[in-house]
Design a binder for this molecule. Structure first.
Ligand code: SF4
Length: 321
């Protein structure tokens, strides 16, 4: 494998609440390889979106990055000052949010957003040329050039998400973090959006961290998948391995709870119990109160994330960790 584009080491994020300290990301190690789509999945509240925000150092009060390192382009992002970090956001690491309206200025036309982005990246370019490039880019995204002068509210949700990708492409961002990018889209628009994202990823060699609770989206787009449970990374594998033979009982339960059109007559399995309270998570393996395979060490000792085969990582005592 080549040198990772991003190396996250021992990263922890905590939120100070009235009820106590919530450890939303707990000592996570994760590499993102250049040119890959890494899916990050887990139930709501498992810490996956917080991890994405931490990569951009956008964790808001009362949250804070409590420790660890995020290595990108030879620098630990946690050592950069605010101005260095501001220059890095967008230009090198872009984020596509669930609701693009939160990122697009409602008072600016689409052309203003795209042209401004191109000129930020290439200040030497004249505005006419930037506008021409913006039209070409928008056309590549399947939006007619005449829509360039629309305001964000005049576009559909799917078009706005396309514009967000366009902005990341205009900047030639090294990493795109897409946080639940299809949640606000209907099924047909979602399918079109995913096809486009796949095509662009292939054509431009994009590196994408795809954060979602939607297993179908992950299966369709990802090269590798990381699974989070209760702020911890519990499994990491190539997409075929993970879907073909999940090792961690939580991953198995997660996949078994997803409808599968091929299994006619099969009943959906509901995962028992609920995710733990992160103020006082269960000792040992955090999944043990819900795990039907739990045995002696599980309630007492935390299983470390271990490479059981090349590229195949799991944190479970069943797998000899
Ligand atoms: Fe289940 Fe034990 Fe594995 Fe945790 S370590 S997932 S409780 S078998």
């Amino acid at each position: 494998m080549s040198e990772p584009l991003v190396s996250i080491r021992n990263l922890s994020v905590v939120y100070n609440t009235r009820a106590g300290e919530v450890r939303a990301v707990d000592r996570v190690d994760l590499d993102i390889q250049p040119g890959e789509v890494l899916g990050l999945v887990g139930e709501s509240g498992c810490g996956k979106s917080t991890l994405g925000m931490a990569l951009l150092r956008l964790v808001r009060h009362p949250g804070r990055i409590a420790g660890g390192e995020i290595w990108f382009d030879g620098k630990n992002l946690l050592d950069l000052d605010d101005e260095e970090m501001r220059l890095l956001r967008g230009a090198h690491i872009s984020m596509i949010f669930q609701d693009p309206m939160t990122s697009l200025n409602p008072l600016q036309r689409i052309s203003d957003h795209v042209v401004e982005t191109i000129l930020t990246h290439k200040p030497e370019m004249d505005e006419e040329k930037a506008r021409q490039q913006a039209a070409e880019l928008i056309d590549r995204l399947g939006i007619m050039a005449e829509r360039l002068d629309d305001y964000p509210h005049q576009l559909s949700g799917g078009m706005r998400q396309r514009v967000m990708i366009g902005l990341a492409l205009a900047l030639r961002a090294d990493l795109i973090i897409a946080d639940e990018p299809t949640t606000s889209l209907d099924v047909i628009v979602e399918a079109q959006f995913l096809d486009l994202l796949k095509e662009l990823q292939r054509d431009f060699g994009l590196t994408i961290l795809l954060i979602t609770h939607n297993i179908g989206v992950v299966a369709q787009l990802s090269d590798r998948v990381a699974v989070m449970y209760a702020a911890k990374l519990v499994e990491l594998a190539d997409v075929e391995d993970l879907f073909g033979a999940p090792l961690h009982p939580y991953t198995q339960a997660l996949l078994a709870s997803v409808p599968n059109i091929r299994l006619v007559g099969d009943t959906l399995k509901i995962m028992r119990g609920s995710p733990p309270d992160l103020i006082q998570p269960p000792p040992g393996c955090r999944f043990h109160p819900r795990c039907s395979h739990a045995f002696e060490p599980c309630p007492f000792e935390e299983p470390p994330l271990t490479e059981v085969r090349p590229g195949r990582w799991v944190a479970c005592w069943l797998h000899g960790t």
